[in-house]
Design a binder for this molecule. Structure first.
Ligand SMILES: [Zn+2]
Length: 170
């Protein structure tokens, strides 16, 4: 970043913080040549996919964040890092709207995991759904068990019980 006063290329960031409710990043810079300070704003272009959070706050969609969450859900499961990255990075291109809700991201992620791995699906579901009701969670497990037939039922129920026990402890 060039200094607006003396045009030197030798400038550094002194501090940076979110601005405009996270829609921009404000950076305070100092020129190493003339030692004057100036401010820059890094703002997402309209093309960048924005995520509307439950709180109403908005932030730029970050595929790496999504991969990190998926990685936790898929820990020690037969799902490759490549599959997770492919999903998270394709996301931005597939969504044609400039904005998406975090709930919608969760729904799509659940749809992917349901297809890839039952255990990862349940794990993500338990974290994501916020547990507005335990009954709703049990209902999801029942539906999934029904769809998968009797063979996967014991393991799904085990996971559900484990999650519910953890929930009661927290
Ligand atoms: Zn300067």
């Amino acid at each position: 970043m060039k200094c607006p006063f003396c045009s030197s290329d030798d400038t550094r960031v002194v501090n940076s913080r979110p601005s405009d409710e996270g829609a921009a990043i404000r950076r305070r810079r100092e020129c190493n040549a003339c030692h004057r300070r100036f401010t820059t704003y890094e703002r997402a272009q309209f093309e960048a996919l924005m995520v509307r959070k439950r709180s109403g706050r908005r932030e730029v969609f970050d595929p790496d964040k999504l991969v990190a969450k998926l990685r936790i859900a898929c820990n020690k499961r037969p799902v490759s890092e490549k599959q997770l990255r492919a999903f998270a990075y394709a996301f931005e291109d597939e969504v044609s709207l400039p904005e998406i809700s975090s709930e919608e991201i969760g729904r799509r992620t659940l749809a992917l995991l349901k297809h890839l791995d039952d255990v990862a699906y349940i794990r993500f579901l338990s974290v994501y759904r916020d547990f507005e009701s335990v009954e709703r969670f049990i209902e999801e497990i029942r539906q999934l068990s029904g769809e998968r037939g009797a063979t996967t039922q014991p393991s799904l129920e085990d996971i559900a019980v484990e999650k519910l026990q953890k929930l009661r402890r927290d």
